[in-house]
Design a protein around this ligand. Structure first.
Ligand SMILES: NC(=O)c1ccc[n+]([C@@H]2O[C@H](COP(=O)([O-])OP(=O)(O)OC[C@H]3O[C@@H](n4cnc5c(N)ncnc54)[C@H](O)[C@@H]3O)[C@@H](O)[C@H]2O)c1
Length: 365
């Protein structure tokens, strides 16, 4: 097997993504060049416990940084948590030359990116993603945001970090369910951009970090390529929405219902099954590819049982989504394994059929 470079830098347009065994050493050097007026490290209870000691061992220039902890979970992406952090930074007289280091999964990088984008009209931040979802997706591309009234990411800004430093060994303390959560986005990257990557992710022993590292690099590179083409999500970046139009509706629905609340990636996996089927129905994707995609995703993720009557509420929740304008659903659909088409109009009746298709697959399975 080819040895991976010690440090690999991928250009995501407005910021670099630095990966490899030497990534955190590069970060240490960069702090020396930046010479910030103060450093703050934002993390949640898990990432401060499991990842902070390793971060400080590799980045000694952060040893005097002050840590800011937030509770674990999506609820931290809230106005009240932001208000506490803004107040904390004000009390410590943080200025625009200060550096905020966001050490965590997508919750911490979304929240910390938003804080950095808004405090004193913008301070420097760096993302150090610690979840697989953060490494291949959430940490890259400068989208930040918090939730409001149960609607995800409704308040936010684009604010690019100075850099994203990806240190794969952080994943050793991540639970299996959290790991699979990120795998869903890697599968999506393959489906919309690279059949080769999809095959590699399908066949890899995902619990083996050595085998996972090159796949993390490839997925991060795909996300970075797409973001670079369209930094403010005006067109081509919609490619990354595959699985997310129905997926977001299912995710929001799972939070309200009686059954278990789904993780983002778990809901996106269901969304991808439904949307691959819509691609097939629209004559864009061949039947065999559709069946392979469904078999792969059903093999990896636990089934979510739906009643036919629940489609109505899921579709209602989908209408709240930022991606859907003017009451029309616009989908990113597959034209093959490794390619996709954006802005395909789909009716609510077709969405209902796709949900019914998933319901029957799970029931028969
Ligand atoms: N901005 C974007 O482009 C973008 C893209 C995708 C997702 N997101 C957002 O990302 C969030 C989901 O990200 P996530 O799945 O990383 O969620 P998360 O940040 O809540 O992390 C998942 C869980 O793993 C724990 N964790 C993280 N790293 C760990 C480690 N190394 N060891 C042990 N535990 C660890 C966290 O404490 C948490 O309990 C959502 O809010 C979603 O909206 C944003």
């Amino acid at each position: 097997m080819n040895r991976l470079p010690e440090v690999e830098t991928i250009d995501a347009g407005a910021h670099p993504v630095v990966l490899g065994a030497g990534a955190l050493g590069t970060f240490n050097k960069r702090i020396g060049e930046l010479d910030p007026s103060a450093c703050f490290i934002l993390g949640d209870e898990n990432t401060l416990r499991h990842c902070l000691p390793e971060l400080l061992a590799h980045v000694p220039r952060l040893r005097d940084a002050e840590t800011i902890g937030v509770p674990v979970g999506e609820a931290s992406k809230s106005l009240s948590v932001c208000s506490d952090i803004w107040q904390h930074l004000t009390d410590r007289a943080a200025d625009r030359e200060a550096l905020l280091v966001n050490l965590g999964g997508g919750v911490v990088t979304d929240l910390g990116g938003f804080i950095a984008g808004t405090f004193k009209r913008g301070l420097h931040c760096v993302h150090v993603p610690t979840s697989l979802m953060g490494m291949v997706d959430a940490g890259i591309g400068g989208k930040t945001g918090i939730d409001l009234g149960g609607v995800k990411n409704v308040v936010g800004v684009f604010h690019d970090p100075l850099a994203v430093y990806v240190h794969v060994p952080f994943l050793k303390s991540l639970g299996k369910r959290e790991l699979l959560n990120g795998v869903a986005e890697m599968i999506k990257h393959g489906l919309v951009r690279s059949a080769e990557h999809w095959n590699a992710v399908s066949n890899a022993p995902l619990h083996d970090l050595g085998a996972l590292e090159p796949l993390v690099r490839r997925s991060a590179a795909i996300k970075a390529e797409v973001v670079k083409e369209d930094p403010r999500e005006k067109g081509p970046r919609k490619l990354l929405n595959f699985g997310h139009t129905i997926g977001h509706g299912i995710e929001a629905y799972s939070w309200e219902g009686q059954q278990r609340a789904l993780f983002h990636g778990e809901a996106i996996a269901i969304g991808m099954i439904c949307e691959a089927w819509l691609s097939c129905r629209a004559g864009l994707l061949d039947r065999e590819s559709n069946d392979r995609i469904a078999a792969q995703l059903l093999g990896l993720y636990k089934p979510f049982s739906l009643q036919g009557s629940e489609a109505h509420r899921i579709i209602e929740l989908m209408r709240n989504d930022k991606k859907n304008s003017g009451g029309q659903f616009r989908f990113t659909l597959l034209t093959g394994i490794g390619s996709a088409q954006v802005d395909v109009p789909i009716t609510a009746a077709q969405v209902r059929e796709a949900l019914e298709h998933y319901r029957l697959l799970v029931k028969e399975g």
